[in-house]
Design a protein around this ligand. Structure first.
Ligand SMILES: [Zn+2]
Length: 303
């Protein structure tokens, strides 16, 4: 690799760190970023720095065992280097890893809710499912062990009670997957709050999977859209995307939005036949006199 190419990668890591920080995906010194160089060594963020304020010379170079090969005095590899190392060992096709704690996807990771439903066509096509790796104490081998079974078949995953991990064939590819994970979490949360999370059918998921081939999207594993396809090892062999078997079928029941009851005073005005106007938007409009009468009536009921 030429020194210019290496300098560009250092600058790219600075830029990705700045985007992670400015979008609120990391706080304090959270998160870490690494890139596999063409000689097999790794260029990664150092420990204990804010990702929003890095400079190119801060980056360290390690071997695939995590041993420090190059770095400015006092700089050590990221505390999560072990998690990055396991990805590069398991996935020869991956050349960049981004780890952050984006609040919405981390919220799903804390709640134990994987982002594995067939909701958005683009997410199904690019990431498939985003499962949750079991909890492992950060910076210990336990976290790397927890992640290993999932990285074989997934480019994006949540880390239980911790954050999110995105893998890419290049640095910006990994970063964009992190953006997609957080964007998907945001949309999923809103849909669930609205009580109407309609899912794509299994048939449509099959169609989207075919699009991967059409667009040359390199997925690490096929999608299995049968919600019963789980079980030990299933997450290693395929990306489980939960989808109903027929277009009309819903796996997630709708939650009816609660409409507040009509106040007794307004109901009374209706019953008296007062001229109460109901707009096409459902809003009830009262004259000043009607409103005063209703307030008087409410006060009488209270006293
Ligand atoms: Zn972390």
């Amino acid at each position: 690799m030429t020194s210019d190419a290496l300098a560009q990668l250092r600058a790219d890591i600075v830029e990705v760190g700045r985007r992670l920080w400015s979008r609120g995906y990391v706080a304090s010194n959270d998160g870490n970023i690494s890139v596999r160089l063409d000689d097999g060594r790794l260029l990664m963020t150092p420990a204990s720095v804010s990702k929003g304020f890095m400079t190119p010379e801060m980056m360290v170079i390690t071997d695939l065992e995590g041993n420090l090969l190059e770095g400015a005095p006092g700089r050590k590899p990221s505390s999560e280097a072990k998690m990055h190392l396991v990805v590069y060992r398991v996935r020869p096709d991956i050349n960049a890893v981004v780890h952050a704690h984006p609040p919405l996807s981390t919220g799903f990771a804390v709640a134990g809710i994987p982002l594995d439903r067939a909701v958005l066509a683009e997410v199904v096509t690019t990431l498939g499912s985003i499962p949750i790796a079991d909890y492992g104490t950060p910076s210990t081998p336990a976290l790397a062990d927890a992640v290993e079974p999932y990285v074989k078949a997934h480019d994006g995953l949540l880390l239980a009670n911790h954050g999110a991990l995105a893998l890419g064939t290049d640095l910006f590819g990994a970063y964009y997957k992190m953006e997609t994970i957080e964007h998907f979490a945001r949309i999923s949360l809103v849909a669930r709050m609205l009580g109407r999370e309609h899912l794509l059918s299994r048939e449509e998921v099959g169609r989207l999977q075919q699009l991967r081939g059409t667009y040359g999207i390199a997925a690490p594993a096929p999608i299995c859209s049968d919600p019963t396809a789980g079980g030990p090892g299933a997450g290693e062999a395929c990306q489980i995307v939960v989808a109903p078997s027929a277009p009309g079928e819903q796996l997630v029941p709708n939650t009816d939005v609660t409409v507040p009851p009509i106040p007794n005073q307004v109901r009374a005005a209706f019953e008296r036949g007062d001229a109460v106007e109901v707009g096409t938007d459902g809003a009830i409009r009262l004259t000043y006199a009607q409103l005063t009468a209703l307030i008087d009536e409410a006060v009488r009921q209270l006293t």
